[in-house]
Design a protein around this ligand. Sequence first.
Ligand code: EPZ
Length: 422
Amino acid sequence: MKQIKIVGGNTLRGQIHIGGAKNSAVAIIPAAILATGESKLYNVPNISDRDALFDIIKDLNVDVKMEGSVVTIDSSNIQNKTISEILSKRLRASYYFMGILLGKYKHVEMYFPGGCNIGSRPIDIHLKGFEALGATVTHEEESHKYILDAEKLTGARIKLDFASVGATINIMFAASLAEGTTIIENAAKETEIINIADFLNKMGAKIKGAGTSKITIEGVKELHPAEISVIPDRIEAGTYLIMGALLGDNLEVCGINPNHITALLNKLSDMGVTFEVKENSIIISKSPNLKAINITTLVYPGFPTDLGQPMSVLLTQANGVSLFEETIWENRMQHVEYLNKMGANIELKDNAHAVITGPTKLKGAAINATDLRGGAALVTAGLIAEGCTVISNIEYILRGYENIINKLKSVGADIEIIETEE
Ligand code: EPZ
């Protein structure tokens, strides 16, 4: 069994280079098959979610070539077939094949998507969007297979019940190849959506308003291959900045767009963390006398839910009582029991509200990652804890943090992957 072993306390100094955004790449990779031919993707992160998507598109007889972070996808011989339950369950983003195959072939057969266990994670908003475009959705009770069919797709006005990132993107995929114009209202505004719309427009789609709450898509007959670069990962960047606020000595987080993480930067400033913002990097150092603050996670541009768990570790080191509220997912506090096992003082009012009292001295322990960002929180805790921390279930962490061991080693962390008996 692979585990992450950390001996805490080392100062982090030097440069960490941020990779392409997971939550952009997991939409852009499948989107390439909307066109028939060879598309080129740049700055694709080397994470296990990428590999899971490659397995799915290869199963559709699509050719994938990788040279470092450059990925070439050739869909010339693509075949529309059922995406198996095993492949559908490999990651949450498998749901993008619904919008893509519905748009391209007007027929999809696949299963409920996978993803970290941070809530029930329904896809009802996606399916309602597809139905608004003219698709019929069948969910087979016994096999749990989803079958989506449409004679044709017709543009529609779709108001999302919630500003869902996945549903916004999935409806954009299908609507790009519908007849007529689709308007998505209450659309998600996350930066990744702009990146994906840019790719679709380079492929010949006609999308306006990505990044705002109203997106207009004028359907076209077909899309052609194109090239796109994945934007930097704002959540990876934010995670390393939080580590820098705890252990940094002029740690420079490079290759980022600081404008994508203003909500985090504002909260770090409120805590008394000092940092220097440059055009594409931020230099941050350990800050003494951290102030306790309150945090509520919100849709973009609010404080991102994906940084809530890493941020909770910083709050354990603040002077006083911080109130943390998670409003997006209903089960995103599984890391708390392990932080408390290490010596944190976090009281869970319920699965969405935590009261964090600091500062507390954390001691190394044997702990388990429960999900991707919860696992990143445990790595952060291990880096500051006294003594040795061993983290199991690290596959969660490796799905979304490219090369995390070497990136942290390169700036001074005492961290390694160890092999142990089951
Ligand atoms: C994306 O998930 C991200 N994942 C998540 O990141 C991120 O936390 C989330 O957006 C919010 O920013 C990917 O992009 C692969 P949503 P997604 O649809 O699209 C409810 C990470 O750590 N909802 O915006 O699944 C849902 O239950 C991951 O990188 C419905 O009710 O999120 C949740 O409460 C974790 N019905 C809320 O909306 C639906 O049909 C937000 O979901 C869809 C969503």
